[in-house]
Design a protein around this ligand. Sequence first.
Ligand code: MGD
Ligand code: MGD
Ligand code: SF4
Ligand code: MO
Length: 722
Amino acid sequence: MPISLSPPASVMPPVHLGEATHCPYCALQCGMYVSGGVGKAAGTALTVTPRHDIPANAGGLCQKGWTAAELLNPGVRLTTPLARAGRTSPLEPVSWDEALDRVAGAVRDLQAAHGRDAVAVFGGGGLTNEKAYQLGKFARVALRTSQIDYNGRFCMSSAAAATNRAFGMDRGLPFPITDIAGADAVMMVGGNVAETMPPFLRHVPGTLIVVDPRETRTARQAALHLKVTPGTDLALALGMLHIAITEGYADQDYIAARTTGFQAARESVAAWWPERAERVTGVPVAAMRQAVRLLGTAGKAMILTGRGAEQHSKGVDTVSAFINLALALGLPGREGSGYGCVTGQGNGQGGREHGQKADQLPGYRKIDDPAGRAHVAAVWGVDPGELPGPGRSAYELLDALGTDAGPKALLVFGSNPVVSAPRATHVAERLAALDLLVVSDFVLSETAAMADVVLPTTQWAEEHGTMTNLEGRVLLRRQAVTPPDGVRSDLAIVSALAARLGRREGFSDDPRTVFDELRRASAGGVADYAGITYERIARETGVFWPAPSEDHPGTPRPFLDRFPTPDGRARFTPVDHRPVAEDVDDDYPYYLTTGRVLAHYQSGAQTRRVPALNDAAPSAYVELHADLAERLGVGPGDMVRLTSRRGTTEAPARVNRSIRHDTVFMPFHWEGANRLTNPALDPTSRMPEFKVCAVRVERSGGGIAPPGPDDATPHADRGRNA
Ligand SMILES: Nc1nc2c(c(=O)[nH]1)N[C@H]1C(S)=C(S)[C@@H](COP(=O)(O)OP(=O)(O)OC[C@H]3O[C@@H](n4cnc5c(=O)[nH]c(N)nc54)[C@H](O)[C@@H]3O)O[C@H]1N2
Ligand SMILES: Nc1nc2c(c(=O)[nH]1)N[C@H]1C(S)=C(S)[C@@H](COP(=O)(O)OP(=O)(O)OC[C@H]3O[C@@H](n4cnc5c(=O)[nH]c(N)nc54)[C@H](O)[C@@H]3O)O[C@H]1N2
Ligand code: SF4
Ligand SMILES: [Mo]
């Protein structure tokens, strides 16, 4: 059954270690061999070993990667479709025909009664390119709904919008990851790669600058740690650009030759004296100066952003401000230097290129661009006028579910929003108000547990497909294991549903067939995959897009000669600071920020089912400063209650002296953190403000803690003095 796509002889290990594939989790897409499963039923002992031919990990794996095969075991996963007779009846096993007929019948009825947009689709950045592409096509061609978006909206949409604006292209890292090793200085803004992509750190050289409100594992490896107040990175970037200009680090030749708009950007920071930036951010002027000096005097330097800078209601402008700084220093488009966004999910990059986003068609085309619509409609064999227009963004879609004007049915592929969406209790209420919730997953996630129909699907090592990693390198995920009886691939599920909805043609359960169509649909677009084939990926261990033809070498560094803007120049964008959507006050006196721990992945649907990972990190926790813990009378491990305007949750305390006094942190891998978070959206990217909201902190069963001393900023002044 598996097609043979072996790596080239030069990189073959001396003994055959198994099928060469990639980790199911993050965007590093570490290469791994999975052995023991080809041609055998899943559940036989499988071994995972790292590949050395994939530069991103070059022999490394994190704990999640090493234990990835455990979820292939039929004992911990779904192997039969489930459905419930009525909304309050229990989920019970049904046949595939029953499940699919039920979904198709309900979709037809709801669309007949309420129009095509009554049915919505929610996708994921973990889906292969083939799945993401076919899901987008299914929504537009079979359902003919505009209502499709995906969890990538919660992930890198702010960086995507800012890089499109500045460079005319959104490719997370516009250079190979190995370029980072040659940089003399790297500034990581709101990224904790030591926990989120451990093998990434091997690419980072000595001088690392980290911007984070917490002293993370990554910050501990840094030469300089800027302990920023949550939600103030934009002011930090403005202050740093002010310093760069006034202290002579701006690269005037580069600015003249390769950019436009510098004058306006310079004016936008004229009033951002370093002292003012210090007042807003809590970062001392001396530290800002040192950071600018390190970047400005380095032969090669990089500025990278993670979700800490991006998941804000001003995430796009924040990234723009750091790009402005990078442009002023002359970094983007110079070999070994640049700006990059460290993306998130396994196919976070490819997932946003092929049409599961509300405003996009394959090849990174815009859905409201007549030429793009015409091209894609021709590949799909439909009239361009039949393609719907842009739909709601992820949170807006979830928020509208089951309302008079909103969708009545939702089909989820590859996301667990009950845990991962902001203001999650409200999202669960919206899901409960639907007439039909369908979830395709391999485990009974919290969202699947609410569904009317659950469709058990195959996993990474059980199917072929392509993934585009954080470098824009298209990789081949090979089938290594025969799936257990009873499960079907997402491609097969979507094809079967399309057929029941009257679209027998144009949907396939064969990944290669889908990929060949994706190549044609993307041809001529910004993310052009036309020249990428499975064989070529196998031979070259990945191909960087754009690759418009099979003899095109691919594009590891797309900005070297020119930027893909109309005039070939990068654009400065003047931006200004603005306060967080929900600032602290007497009732909610602390900032809550959220993020990740090494052992768990996202909503935890997968990793909470792996015993070794659960042992390593058995529950959520609240990280808080020792002074705050003392005032509350809590010691390490004691229960702490957090309350925001949206909800409340409890978790054991982790006490240290390194987090900011005004900030508490909670990982979001368990239900809890997102009961508190604020769904305030960025006006451009529609990214929710996951990284800062105001909370009350109490000892479980105890009273309210008074606000404590702050690192630098009195509350009244913070973020409001723009
Ligand atoms: N172990 C693990 N690894 C993962 C994932 C996972 O769930 N678990 N998920 C993958 C995905 S999809 C993604 S998107 C990436 C995310 O990778 P990262 O961006 O590295 O992850 P986060 O922990 O969300 O956020 C990074 C840091 O931002 C800090 N932060 C919070 N608020 C602010 C702020 O206002 N400003 C600044 N400068 N920093 C702030 C947090 O303290 C945190 O340490 O990780 C990927 N890798
Ligand atoms: N508070 C807070 N919330 C956050 C964040 C934060 O930093 N703080 N980060 C946000 C970010 S960056 C992200 S990316 C989101 C992610 O959050 P989610 O979208 O919930 O991501 P996952 O937990 O990976 O959910 C994926 C689900 O799909 C299943 N799955 C995996 N692969 C496949 C597949 O190929 N097909 C199908 N059918 N199912 C599959 C998994 O078993 C799992 O149940 O969370 C966001 N939420
Ligand atoms: S760093 Fe990411 S891709 Fe690599 S093994 Fe860990 S989870 Fe998998
Ligand atoms: Mo993400």
